[in-house]
Design a protein around this ligand. Structure first.
Ligand SMILES: *Cc1c(COP(=O)(O)O)cnc(C)c1O
Length: 398
């Protein structure tokens, strides 16, 4: 199997599993308990918090453990908007955010908040002047993702962060894709809130964190016990938190090594070879300002789903921007937002590399993908038939 979907999730690193194991076995104590079994869990949680603080360049008490990226995004948006209600009710975000931000912003609108959704350019970049132009007297929060999961484009978070600070507005960034691939020191960015998720950096699923700068008020969205400084109730996921800490330690080592340059070189070859063999293949997202492991394409006149199924039969795990939900093929909201038409948005393919991928695996993809795209094109039904939502049995190429 060739796994090229690291933007969706990553395998658990063996070192991370080893760090977690005692806390799934004999070290099962509740971190709030007073006996030594519990105190050991508390120490493990606080050790992970210190690792996270060192990674992001902040204080340990600014790290809140959550159940993952989606919860961190929810806590940032809902928590800040509720806490700042008397100061203002306006949120600025973008049309290409992950659904964890986008659907939360829409839910806030239904509660009476006002939201401005910025439209990035065709390469997926938001301009800091667009953000400036959207600011009103009532703006309390700007939420712009650090790097996009579907097209890999990196946003000018530094400039946006500085603008927000100048204007006394809080800045949140969803850095789930950026952590471990780009510098994410929160003071340097600068940001007031940052979301990340363990399973995107070779850690376990179901755990993440929100960095919230000291002084940022948050109304908790999960109430109960006084865990996580009274900002997020619930018995700590000790093994998960330990895994998150171990994954961040590994990510730190990777950032210091030449591993990301290796992935970027593989990615560049993948992109160059695909475009050479399929001249009408289009790289989506920004050609340079993109995640080092991220290649995303659009192939005219084919659909993503049969392409993925055929790649799967060749042992290649990849993804398109489309998610299959309730019997319809939803085109990528990201591609639609940056100006692709419905039918253009259907032929998307995302290949995201990781630590375990090799040269030989990239060779194999370059061998398999172009003939597959060409054979699917020949099988293509005439336009009109290929409408969004009209789900048919996927066509399998020979
Ligand atoms: C995966 C992802 C999330 C959601 O994180 P989970 O831990 O899976 O809830 C949020 N934002 C971005 C950009 C992501 O890629």
């Amino acid at each position: 199997m060739i796994y090229l979907d690291h933007a969706a999730t990553t395998p658990l690193a063996p070192e991370v599993l080893a760090a977690m194991e005692p806390y799934l076995r004999e070290q099962f104590g509740n971190a709030s308990a007073l006996y030594s079994l519990g105190r050991k869990s508390r120490l493990a949680v606080e050790n992970a918090r210190e690792l996270a603080a060192a990674f992001f360049g902040c204080q340990p008490q600014e790290i809140l453990f959550t159940s993952g990226g989606s919860e961190s995004d929810n806590l940032a948006l809902r928590g800040v908007m509720a806490a700042c209600r008397e100061r203002g009710d306006h949120l600025i975000t973008t049309l290409i955010e992950h659904h964890a931000v986008l659907h939360t912003a829409q839910a806030l609108e239904r509660q009476g908040y006002r939201v401005t959704y910025l439209r990035p350019d065709r390469q997926g970049r938001v301009d800091v002047e667009q953000v400036r132009g959207a600011i009103t007297e009532r703006t309390v929060l700007i939420s712009v993702m650090h790097a996009n999961n579907e097209i890999g484009t990196v946003q000018p978070v530094e400039a946006i962060g500085r603008l927000a600070r100048e204007r006394g507005i809080l800045f949140h960034t969803d850095a789930v894709q950026a952590v471990g691939q780009l510098p994410t020191r929160v003071r340097e960015m600068p940001c007031d809130l940052l979301s990340m998720s363990a399973h995107k950096i070779y850690g376990p699923k179901g755990v993440g964190l929100l960095y919230a700068r000291t002084g940022v008020r948050l109304v908790p969205h999960i109430t109960g016990g006084d865990q996580e400084y009274n900002r997020r109730a619930g018995t700590e996921n000790v093994a998960g938190i330990v895994g998150l800490g171990a994954a961040l330690e590994l990510a730190f080592a990777v950032l210091q090594s030449d591993e990301l340059a290796r992935q970027q070189a593989l990615r560049d070859r993948l992109i160059a070879d695909v475009r050479e063999r399929l001249p009408d293949a289009e790289l989506t997202g920004h050609p340079a300002l993109r995640l080092p492991n991220h290649a995303s394409f659009r192939f005219p006149h084919i659909e993503g789903e049969p392409l993925l199924l055929n790649l799967d039969m060749q042992g290649i795990c990849a993804s398109s921007g489309s998610a299959c939900a309730a019997g319809t093929i939803e085109p990528s909201h990201v591609l639609l937002a940056i100006g692709y038409t419905l039918s253009e948005a259907h032929g998307a393919l995302r290949l995201t590399l990781g630590r375990e991928n090799t040269e030989a695996e990239v060779d194999r993809v370059i061998e398999v993908l172009p003939p597959l795209v060409e054979s699917l094109r020949k099988l293509r039904v005439p336009p009109g038939d290929a409408e969004c939502g009209a789900r048919r049995a996927p066509r399998i190429a020979e």
